[in-house]
Design a protein around this ligand. Structure first.
Ligand SMILES: C[S@@+](CC[C@H](N)C(=O)[O-])C[C@H]1O[C@@H](n2cnc3c(N)ncnc32)[C@H](O)[C@@H]1O
Length: 237
């Protein structure tokens, strides 16, 4: 069941960086530390394509693609009012090639069937949304043959292994008023992502393990997942 909350648990995220760095990023990173590894080429050629970033945050990745890779449009979707406001403050001038949408990713995707060529997420909505629900919505919003690419944690930040089933962890968080609360995050093993995506109508699923660039606390390996919407719907008997 979908948990609906009006509390913005992402009110703080990226705020310090926004104060000192307002540029369109020159590079695109998938890995947790955002300082190396594969870049935008992992999305395939996005020239002339309709693209959406699911859980875009302040839209730095989306701004990079819109400014430097020639898509028809990149839609940066985020459910957080604070993140959407930050993205608008930073990159509104890239409109209309960059479109900033304040919405839940599942709701947005279900409203636009057979629309996108490429959907992606960098530790975004895919990590924080019930995965069967998000994957089915992503499959529906892609045109047949369209692709979903996302980076997600390969294990918990404390080093504990990812889950062997599609279960969420409850993480500590703070409300904007400073009260302690929790948010759900899905940290899943590779075979679990494969099963979820296969059942949601994806094929050609590949998962690369990208090792952390450094060792130490709060570093993490990354899973980079690519999947294509099946051309024909799966047959169910
Ligand atoms: C860890 S941040 C990553 C932001 C961005 N992708 C980046 O790399 O900087 C996670 C983001 O996902 C967004 N998010 C989580 N669940 C979402 C959902 N169901 N729909 C839209 N956005 C969501 C949060 O609001 C937050 O901005």
């Amino acid at each position: 069941m979908r948990r609906v909350t009006t509390t913005d648990l992402w009110h703080h995220y990226g705020r310090t960086r926004t104060e000192r760095d307002r540029a369109v990023p020159k590079s695109f990173h998938w890995i947790w530390s955002q300082d190396g590894g594969p870049g935008a080429e992992a999305l395939g050629d996005v020239t002339g394509q309709r693209v959406a970033d699911l859980g875009a945050g302040s839209a730095r990745h989306a701004a990079h693609l819109a400014a430097l890779h020639g898509p028809a449009q990149v839609v940066a979707v985020d459910a957080s009012a604070a993140q959407h406001a930050m993205a608008t403050d930073l990159y509104a001038e890239l409109t209309p090639r960059l479109r900033l949408v304040h919405a839940d990713a599942v709701a947005h995707l279900l409203a636009v069937p057979d629309t996108y060529d490429v959907l992606y997420s960098v530790f975004g909505a895919v990590d924080f949304t019930e995965p069967y629900e998000l994957s089915r919505a992503a499959s529906a919003a892609l045109r047949p043959g369209g692709r979903l690419v996302f980076s997600t944690l390969a294990h918990y930040l404390g080093g504990e292994p990812a889950e062997a089933d599609a279960v969420a962890a409850e993480l500590s968080a703070r409300t904007p008023e400073g009260e302690a609360t929790t948010m759900r995050r899905w940290v899943l093993q590779e075979h679990v992502w494969t099963k979820i995506l296969d059942e949601a109508g994806f094929t050609g699923i590949t998962i690369d393990l990208l090792p952390a660039a450094a060792s130490g606390p709060r570093t993490a390996d990354t899973l980079l997942v690519t999947a294509f919407r099946r051309i024909s719907a799966p047959t169910r008997t």
